[in-house]
Unconditional design. Structure first.
Length: 623
């Protein structure tokens, strides 16, 4: 910044003003540089307790060149993701995204190029490969080529079959690994292990059923048993009751989240854990209490989507009722997220049809909660997301000590100069550049992670500093802030959404996607009082224990009773069974999906012989 200031002085430009006020020439100099001209710079610095002046001379290469240089340096050791917010990816114009040189793309096998084959879904590629082996002459292969293909078919076919077995037959081989969900990535690695026949290993899986339809969970369990039978140990962190019931040994931790957890509540076979009344998981395994079948609401008005064709959707027409809980179900890759977020949400946000021919009806204001956690930043926290941080700061600003020190409410914000720690600019952390190693995040050496300066931390309310409050979980804070309704109500909403364990000052970029969704849900429950909203959720039960799912359903039902509507993409059978209406897509994933299998009440879907969701729902509805 000191060098750019020197450029401004030499060019009679004030670069301290907002970017939007600069003219084209000034912006060009800032972005593109000034060539070989050198500038004399005096740079005053402060690092912790060290202060000084550094003088140097050099050219101004421009912000674009500096960012490209920094990206190249970080990208060389796989740290380029830190620069992602400054860049956007474009399809390569030379290879059109195929990644290969022209001579490689020119090679064809059985009439197909490698880019074409890699873009096909796994199950479609396996089917094509079987056809080529069975009828080589029909695909232009002579006897010699067919002989070479035979051993390759056995090897490649086994790998493709493994991907299908873990429920990933809808993926294409050219799909970028970074675009996969956590559950998909785990299952890809699991499929690779199936082909190794290794034994004596310990596999540790973190919720492998994430994003997996109940129909596919059976196939996943078959794979886990196969790994076990080869002489391996499989340790699974999981909430899915279907997986828990299939385990040889269950270790149930709890009894609650956060500080109320960390103990072994029960251990043994699934039947033994089911007989332990103090175990939350045991109660679910024993179906105590039994699921209460809700009263189906009569849904009258609806929004119609005509000709939805995003991704693998087959130009479908569909009605989405309002005034209740509507679930969109289907196996993985059936087109659920494409319908809700790439067609409906984008169309309503832009005011024109996107990925469809038309949208008909009068929808309420949509609140689409589908963003990944990268969309958040470290200055956002549960306290700011739930709109309680102002009330917390007001409590401290009203104290006698704050008034004695002349501190205002603004001084208790870690996003503004004044009360925050300026060494870390209120983040509580410092990023240390390790050169050729990944950057390391360490607590701030000045505030030791408290985010605030010494003066602000002198102020205590009920014996706690504002840093203590931000370090408390929602459940803990509710114990001593229950007398302030503006704070207590949002905290109760967080607990009801299964987020009582979150610290109020926890950086939002550390939350999972499911936590982000439930935080937005809790915020809506505590603040939406007048205008009707249409809440769009993408698998909000991810990472939730069964008892938390029940609380989540209570929250969704209370929102509906307030006049709002809920549209949820979901696999969880209890959520589907408690919905007012289900739209089931399929019948399979990828190219074999994208159509409406059935739509109706959960009972209607359960009676549909063609619906895999219906087959799984039958057992749940009979309980």
């Amino acid at each position: 910044m000191a060098l750019l200031t020197a450029v401004g002085t030499a060019q009679s430009i004030d670069f301290s003003v907002p970017w939007m006020t600069l003219d084209g020439r000034s912006r060009g100099l800032a972005l593109d540089g000034t060539g070989d001209r050198e500038y004399q710079v005096s740079w005053h610095y402060r690092r912790g307790k060290r202060r000084g002046t550094h003088e140097f001379s050099g050219p101004w290469p421009g912000l674009i060149a500096l960012i490209n240089e920094e990206y190249s340096r970080k990208h060389a050791d796989r740290r380029g993701v830190a620069m992602g917010s400054l860049m956007r990816e474009l399809r390569c114009t030379s290879c059109d995204g195929a990644r290969l040189a022209p001579r490689s793309l020119a090679v064809r096998f059985a009439g197909c190029g490698i880019a074409e084959l890699a873009s096909r879904p796994v199950d479609a590629l396996a089917e094509w490969l079987d056809q080529v082996v069975a009828h080589p002459e029909e695909h232009g292969l002579d006897a010699g080529a067919a002989a070479v293909l035979a051993p390759l078919h056995r090897s490649l076919g086994r790998r493709l079959e493994s991907l299908t077995d873990v429920g990933l037959g809808y993926l294409s081989l050219d799909r970028a690994a970074m675009s996969l969900s956590g559950g998909e990535f785990q299952r890809v690695r699991l499929a690779a292990q199936l082909c190794s026949d290794l034994c004596g290993l310990t596999y540790v899986l973190d919720e492998p059923t994430t994003g997996l339809h109940a129909w596919d969970t059976d196939r996943l369990l078959t794979i886990l048993r196969r790994l076990r039978d080869l002489g391996n140990t499989v340790v699974v962190v999981e909430h899915d009751l279907q997986v828990i019931r299939a385990a040889d040994q269950v270790i149930d931790l709890g009894p609650g989240p956060g500080a109320r957890g960390g103990r072994i509540v029960a251990q043994g076979t699934p039947d033994q854990v089911a007989g332990e009344p103090s175990s939350p998981t045991g109660r679910l395994l024993s179906q105590q209490p039994a699921m209460t079948k809700p009263r189906r609401r009569c849904l009258e008005s609806s929004v119609s989507i005509v000709g939805a064709s995003a991704r693998n959707l087959k130009g479908i027409d569909i009605e989405l009722p309002l005034g209740g809980i509507v679930a969109v179900s289907g196996v993985s890759g059936a087109g659920k997220s494409a319908l809700v977020f790439e067609v409906l949400a984008k169309s309503l946000r832009s005011g024109r049809p996107v990925g469809c021919r038309s949208i008909e009806g009068h929808p309420p204001v949509i609140v689409a909660v589908d963003g990944p956690r990268g969309a958040a930043n470290s200055s956002s926290t549960p306290a700011t997301s739930m709109a309680i941080f102002d009330a917390i700061r007001a409590r401290f600003a009203d104290s006698a000590r704050a008034k004695q020190l002349g501190l205002s409410q603004a001084d208790f914000s870690f996003n503004r100069k004044g009360g925050r720690c300026e060494t870390c600019q209120g983040s509580g952390q410092l990023r240390v550049d390790m050169g050729f190693l990944p950057d390391v995040i360490v607590p701030c050496e000045s505030c030791h992670g408290a985010r605030y300066g010494e003066q602000v931390l002198q102020v205590r309310v009920d014996g706690r500093t504002i840093a203590d409050v931000l370090g408390s979980t929602a459940d803990e804070a509710l114990d001593y802030l229950a007398d302030t309704p503006a704070i207590a109500m949002p905290l109760r909403a967080m607990a009801q959404a299964g987020l009582g364990y979150l610290r109020l000052g926890q950086p939002a970029d550390s939350l999972s996607r499911g936590e982000h969704q439930r935080l937005a849900l809790a915020g809506g429950f505590s603040s939406w009082t007048s205008d009707r909203r249409w809440l769009l959720l993408d698998e909000p039960t991810k990472g939730l224990h069964g008892e938390d799912v029940s609380r989540l359903l209570q929250t969704l039902n209370q929102l509906v009773e307030q006049g709002h509507s809920v549209l949820v993409v979901e696999h969880h059978l209890e959520v589907l069974a408690c919905s007012d209406w289900i739209v089931d897509l399929g019948p399979e994933g990828g190219a074999k999906g994208g159509t409406v299998v059935t739509a109706g009440t959960p009972e209607d879907v359960a009676r549909c012989a063609e619906s895999r969701t219906g087959a799984c729902l039958q057992t749940v509805l009979k309980r």
